[in-house]
Design a protein around this ligand. Sequence first.
Ligand SMILES: [Zn+2]
Ligand SMILES: [Zn+2]
Length: 106
Amino acid sequence: MAKPARIKPKANATPTAQVKQFHLWLMDAFDCVCGCGQQATVVHHPLTRHPLQRWRRDHEYVVPMDAHCHFALHANGNERKFLPGHDLAGSAWGYRAKGIDAGYLS
Ligand SMILES: [Zn+2]
Ligand SMILES: [Zn+2]
């Protein structure tokens, strides 16, 4: 029997349709996570992982952001320096819980 190929799981490359709906709802229902008050237009996948986060649910752990803030965050490259005092991984966890309450995630 052939050795199983050592392929990294990448089932997660694209969010499922269900998770896409969750992202749309997040952007619609919440302002940018940074507190600027702008309407969120993108979702950011926090670079810091929540301890309980599992890779296969990666797209469920996101925070809503304004596109400009999001661009600035990535240009900065350091979440903690860009948004001091913000726990994006913790926020993503909280948003996921809201998504479950709202029926978008299970
Ligand atoms: Zn912002
Ligand atoms: Zn991002």
